[in-house]
Design a protein. Structure first.
Ligand code: DER
Length: 233
């Protein structure tokens, strides 16, 4: 599809330009765009990959790396990551991002922060001026399960309309993250001050992590319908 081709173009160019031969520890995000990141990594010289440790951010990304025969390590053992590449649900013009569409934003944020450089790869649907323009599912908020109704009330008090506990599709009841927590998707309309909203949500008791990545990404690659790639820094 045009969207998959756009994701692939962005992912391939980002890997080619930011995963360098001297790098030894690479963080790998979660979701569908990073599938193309791993595909490109597997096209590198096997001798280079043999000297490299890849740090996943979910069972999904761990599975991609293991299926590719790549060496997997965790951020506990490898706290100094050369570069982390990950997708996003939406970016604004300052490269603040909404993440967590794939329910993986806690480990993703930890692995992104541990990296010297954080690179976003996405298709054109994620390229916005202001957060909330295109992504209508709200800010993903990972919460301690028994606190979810208390957190929900505080999110509504912060101005979120129609916040919802994320329900599973092929499992009865709510989604449970790789970390054993629940997720609330909290819409806030257009988010003109993402850093302030991040702080306000993070301070709610029972919140584990918030799917707002502010002032973290150094560069973003957006694959376009016509096969071109827009690069924003
Ligand atoms: O859940 C996540 O944070 C993913 O990285 C998500 O933001 C991007 O997923 P996609 O590449 O499948 O759109």
């Amino acid at each position: 599809s045009l969207i998959e081709q756009a994701k692939q173009k962005a992912a391939f160019q980002a890997v080619d330009e930011h995963v360098l031969p001297h790098h030894r520890v690479i963080g790998v995000g979660s979701g569908s765009t990073v599938v193309h990141v791993v595909t490109r990594l597997l096209q590198r010289d096997p001798a280079l990959n043999a000297k490299t440790v890849f740090v996943p951010t979910s069972f999904q990304s761990r599975g991609l790396l293991l299926d590719g025969g790549l060496t997997v390590g965790d951020v506990e053992q490898y706290p100094d990551i050369d570069v982390t590449i990950d997708g996003a649900d939406e970016c604004d013009s300052d490269l603040n991002a909404i993440k967590g569409g794939g329910a993986a934003h806690l480990q993703e944020k930890i692995v992104a922060e541990a990296a010297k450089k954080f690179v976003i790869v996405a298709d054109y649907r994620k390229d916005s001026k202001v957060l909330g323009e295109q992504w209508k599912h709200g800010v993903p908020v990972e919460v301690v399960p028994f606190a979810w109704t208390a957190v929900m009330k505080k999110l509504q008090a912060l101005g979120s309309k129609d916040a919802k506990l994320r329900m599973a599709m092929k499992k009865a009841g709510p989604i449970v993250t790789d970390n054993g927590n629940f997720l609330i998707d909290a819409p806030f309309g257009l988010i003109h001050e993402p850093a302030k909203l991040l702080k306000d949500i993070k301070l709610i008791t029972g919140v584990v992590e918030v799917g707002l990545f502010c002032d973290m990404a150094e560069i973003a690659y957006f694959g376009c319908e016509d096969g071109s790639v827009i690069i924003r820094t």
